[in-house]
Ligand binder design. Structure first.
Ligand code: HGY
Ligand code: MN
Ligand code: MN
Length: 400
């Protein structure tokens, strides 16, 4: 068994979600704390110097931190009920690559780091790529500190409880300035490599995407004693938005719109909700098409709310434009790997956040189920091995 597969096995029981299935590992919760400890131990075992930056991202250095570093890594947090590979595969493959380069006596000619970004999924505080957005200054630290999880705990409180100083959150020019190139290995989150019959690909683009919160307010009331004509039931316009998201996305080329999270308050079976919050995840290739789709869906929300005597607010919680990875680096990776497919993706990544600041690239490893953000997410041991070897070749090339 390769190092990467063995290391993945070591994480198999951390953060299992017994009620929802899969894994729930979210920033500054107990499971993620175990993962941080595990990573620090693995890095120390390899003689890598581990530091936590001002935004809670972990950096393991091979050689003293310095300019023009070759940086790889990914994230260890998950979506609620997520799979075992999204994030961790990039981290264990990086550790595997360090092992195999060391075993062949390679010594990098420039600093090399393995990074673990905090809260890439936004699974607890709602903003994806939280750690890399703070690092690059693309998320206001005051807004970040005030983000609340479903239990009302602020990010500042959670960070402090986990031993971090939230007052230090913010753009980190020193950390950013050290990165010469960044390459993230990630399990593929679609069927591209299945259909192409290749175990590994390089990344080409990341689709524009964002998250919007729709909050509907009506009148809580009794489910039995309240006549239909006397109701302002926020569940009705919420349901209209769920259906409209699919309807409008289906009418727009290559668009995706999802409502995976919907919270009625108070949530009683015999209670007409007083409010309903839902979150729309919208993603459309091309400039401005995502926000245009959201505007269409918002129009439906407003008219459905008015028809039911409810109020509605729509708030953009995160947005990323289409990202095209650095073509020079992409071609260099492709050259090292001897010609592999270049895949667009509908999934966001920390590499795409960094891409606006440093040359960044991605490697994808085949996922035979084509399923992600669910327990069925998978990668064969042979492909995990090929991915780790590919990463080692790439890191050796970039570090020479
Ligand atoms: O949601 C995404 O695109 C990624 O998995 N964070
Ligand atoms: Mn993900
Ligand atoms: Mn991911």
């Amino acid at each position: 068994m390769t190092t990467a597969s063995r290391l993945l096995g070591e994480l198999a029981d951390t953060g299992r979600d017994r009620s929802r299935g899969g894994y729930s590992r979210h920033v500054f919760d107990a499971a993620e704390g175990e993962l941080r400890t595990w990573f620090a131990e693995q890095a120390a075992r390899r003689g890598l110097d581990v530091e936590t930056d001002r935004n809670g991202n972990l950096w393991a250095w091979w050689g003293s931190p310095g300019p023009d570093a070759v940086v790889t890594g990914s994230h260890l947090d998950s979506v609620p009920g997520g799979g075992a590979f999204d994030g961790p595969l990039g981290v264990v493959s990086a550790l595997d690559a360090v092992d195999s380069l060391r075993a062949k006596g390679f010594a990098p000619a420039r600093p090399l780091a393995v990074v673990v970004f905090a809260e890439e999924e936004g699974g607890r505080f709602g903003v994806p790529c939280l750690g890399s957005r703070l690092l690059t200054g693309s998320l206001d630290p005051d807004r970040a500190r005030a983000l609340r999880d479903p239990d009302g705990v602020t990010l500042a409180e959670a960070a402090a409880r986990a031993g971090h100083d939230p007052e230090r959150f913010g753009r980190d020019d020193e950390a950013l300035g050290r990165i010469g190139r960044f390459v993230e290995l990630h399990v593929e989150q679609g069927r591209g490599l299945i259909d192409l019959g290749s175990p590994v690909a390089v990344g080409s683009t990341v689709i524009a995407h964002g998250r919007w919160r729709f909050s509907f307010t009506g009148q809580g009331n009794h489910a039995g004693a309240t006549l239909l004509t006397d109701r302002s039931d926020p569940m009705l316009p919420a349901a209209a938005v769920v259906a409209a998201a699919r309807r409008f996305a289906a009418a727009a080329e290559d668009a995706r719109a999802t409502v995976g999270r919907l919270v009625p308050t108070p949530g009683g079976t015999n209670v007409i909700a007083s409010t309903v919050d839902l979150w729309l995840d919208a993603r459309v290739p091309g400039a401005n098409r995502t926000r245009a789709l959201v505007e269409e869906i918002s129009g439906e929300a407003r008219s459905a709310a008015a028809a039911e005597g409810c109020a509605v607010t729509v708030t953009e919680e995160s947005y990323s434009d289409t990202v095209t990875f650095d073509a020079g680096l992409r071609d260099e990776l492709n050259g090292v790997l001897g010609g592999v497919p270049a895949l667009p993706t509908g999934a966001g990544h920390d590499a795409a956040i960094l891409a606006a600041h440093v040359p960044a690239g991605m490697l994808y490893v085949r996922n035979p189920t084509g399923i992600s953000h669910a327990p069925e997410e998978f990668a064969e041991a042979g492909d995990v091995d090929r991915g780790a070897s590919a990463l080692a070749e790439v890191l050796e090339h970039l570090s020479t």
